[in-house]
Design a protein around this ligand. Structure first.
Ligand code: AKG
Ligand code: FE2
Length: 362
């Protein structure tokens, strides 16, 4: 197969030589129990492993992260129940209901991230509502529900009366409860890990503390039906990089998450029981002047089962300026990205994402 080249939302182009995933290169499994130690040297020992993984591939698995797996299971179970609701109940909170924001329900086959064109004669599964008969692009085979940080659910909130942007379906109140029960745990872990990332960058542990008091901490749950088309013709979620600093991915046991190595091969990030996947996202790549890599990833669900996942995206306060940290910039290594606030960067990426929508989003 000739090298394939795809343009991403962040402006990068990437190429891959084979579309078949491999398990030959593996993603590190890091035991992070030391992040809870009172000894700085234990925390630094974990930080050095995270430094290595974040620099080399931008993905790692965390074990002994301290999150209750029952909470993760309940969240995935409630996500499944949400996606089983009648379409009109989900459409009550369709994305665009809050203008300019990305929260709410993203219907099935709604985005074509990699602008794949259908190559063969296999039937196009996209809804006729979304594509014309002649324009046979196969749209990402997933539906999702996104929600935002809610200060009232954050035990460390600066101002817990600050309203949240999220919208919730009126017919499933337990969905919101389960989501925030899990989100609150992930938020606490993310703040702790932010200190470890600072150590990983050879900065003082509290270097980013001011950046995460009022964080950008959105979360989503995603449903991927199993796909019938080949992996060359269809994707669950097209190849992309995440926007904020880092992401925690909770996934069920189906598999299907794939990570693009620097050499251009797709590496499987299959589920490991009890482990959570962590990946670096674009803001951290910018702030570290490319020392941390924001790695391209995608999902193709050919498991024969319905796949559910719950990515949690953690980033800096919108008002903070994204500029390279002192240990990642020097005369010999000048800064590579224009300086802007985190909020400006998020808005730019949200608008790009909406341009990939198959139906118009406000
Ligand atoms: O479903 C997954 O495992 C990953 C989803 C993802 O990459 C995303 O929503 O940004
Ligand atoms: Fe992602």
């Amino acid at each position: 197969m000739p090298a394939t080249s795809v343009l991403l939302d962040n402006g990068q182009t990437f190429r891959y030589v084979s579309n078949e995933p491999t398990s030959l290169d593996s993603i590190s499994v890091i035991d992070v129990a030391g992040i809870y130690s009172s000894k700085l040297e234990d925390r630094k020992a974990v930080a050095e492993q995270i430094r290595e993984a974040s620099h080399n591939i931008g993905f790692f698995y965390m074990i002994n992260h301290g999150i209750d797996s029952r909470c993760a299971n309940v969240a995935l179970h409630e996500a499944k129940r949400f996606f089983q609701l009648p379409e009109e109940d989900k459409m009550e909170v369709v994305v665009g209901t809050v203008p300019g924001e990305y929260v709410g329900f993203h219907p099935m086959e709604h985005y074509n991230r990699n602008r794949l064109k259908h190559r063969g004669t296999a039937s196009c599964s996209a809804r006729s509502l979304l594509v014309s008969k002649t324009d046979k692009c196969l749209i990402d085979l997933m539906e999702a529900f996104n929600f935002a940080y809610d200060a009232s659910q954050d035990p460390e909130a600066v101002d817990s009366s600050e309203p949240s942007l999220s919208i919730w379906p009126s017919s499933a109140p337990e969905f919101r409860t389960a989501m925030y029960a899990y989100h609150t745990q992930l938020l606490q872990l993310a703040r702790r890990l932010t200190g470890i990332f600072a150590l990983a960058l050879h900065l003082p542990e509290d270097f980013f503390d001011e950046y995460v008091k009022n964080p950008e901490a959105g979360m989503r749950v995603v449903h991927y039906p199993t796909q019938q088309n080949s992996r060359d013709d269809h994707l669950g979620i097209g190849a992309h990089t995440d926007v904020e600093c880092f992401t925690f991915v909770t996934q069920d046991d189906c598999g299907g998450l794939e990570v693009l190595s620097k050499e251009g091969s797709w590496i499987k990030a299959d589920p490991i029981p009890g482990a959570m996947v962590v990946n670096i996202a674009d803001c951290f790549m910018r702030q570290t002047n490319d020392f941390f890599v924001s790695t391209i990833h995608r999902v193709i669900n050919q498991s024969g089962k319905e796949r559910y996942s719950a990515p949690f995206f953690f980033g800096f306060d919108k008002s903070k300026v994204l500029e390279p940290v002192p240990t990642c910039v020097s005369d010999g290594n000048p800064m590579k990205y224009p300086i802007m606030t985190a909020g400006e960067y998020y808005s730019w990426r949200t608008s790009k994402n909406k341009q990939n929508a198959a139906i118009k989003i406000a």
